[in-house]
Write a protein that binds this ligand. Structure first.
Ligand SMILES: C[S@@+](CC[C@H](N)C(=O)[O-])C[C@H]1O[C@@H](n2cnc3c(N)ncnc32)[C@H](O)[C@@H]1O
Length: 174
């Protein structure tokens, strides 16, 4: 049984594993591949989507407050686990022969077109940066924030953190 980027949308991962266990035959295996968002978020103050925004940190704070209020409650399932939780849940469910590989990268992002960047969102439940800026910043703040961030985005001058966990496990023979 295989999932890729599915459990991340499921609030109760323990119940999903219990169902995998229930429907598998003895010696049946699961292979689960899921992004680990906790590797990337929450970011330290002064860092926004992997870019250094310390020079405009008060504006970044307002944006963060907006995301905290509007986005975080909707995406709790995407943030409520890491790779250790996957191992713990698999073991508690009764699986054996558990193996997990974590791929983790911190690297320079691709140089990106600004208008594309502000119109994109991490997932369909999240506002775009453009929407967040309109909802939470004054025009002057938007201009100042964009003047700082845009050259960083367009030159790829940041540090993007990404992690993906691959877990396999087996239902015991008896
Ligand atoms: C990001 S897509 C990944 C699709 C595919 N596994 C891949 O890697 O390309 C997320 C998938 O999770 C499925 N999904 C989300 N919540 C689910 C749930 N509670 N039960 C079953 N599938 C679910 C969605 O239907 C969607 O197909």
């Amino acid at each position: 049984m295989t999932t890729r980027s599915v459990l991340i949308y499921v609030d109760r991962k323990d119940r999903a594993f219990a169902e995998f266990f229930r429907v598998l035959r003895p010696r049946g295996r699961i292979s689960v591949g899921e992004p680990i968002n906790r590797f990337s978020f929450p970011e330290p103050r002064g860092r926004f989507l992997g870019y250094d925004v310390m020079r405009v940190v008060e504006i970044a704070d307002k944006l963060e407050a907006f995301f905290d209020r509007e986005e975080r409650p909707k995406i709790s399932a995407m943030m409520n686990f890491d790779e250790r939780d996957l191992i713990t849940i698999a073991e508690r469910t009764g699986f054996g022969n558990i193996h997990l590989d974590l791929l983790a990268d911190i690297k320079s992002p691709r140089a990106e077109d600004w208008s594309r960047f502000i119109k994109s969102a991490g997932n369909p439940l999240s506002p775009t940066l453009e929407e967040a800026m309109k909802a939470s910043l004054t025009t002057a703040e938007r201009d100042r924030f964009a003047a700082h961030l845009r050259p960083l985005v367009e030159s790829g001058s940041g540090a993007q953190r990404r992690a993906f966990a691959y877990l396999s496990a087996e239902k015991p023979a008896s």
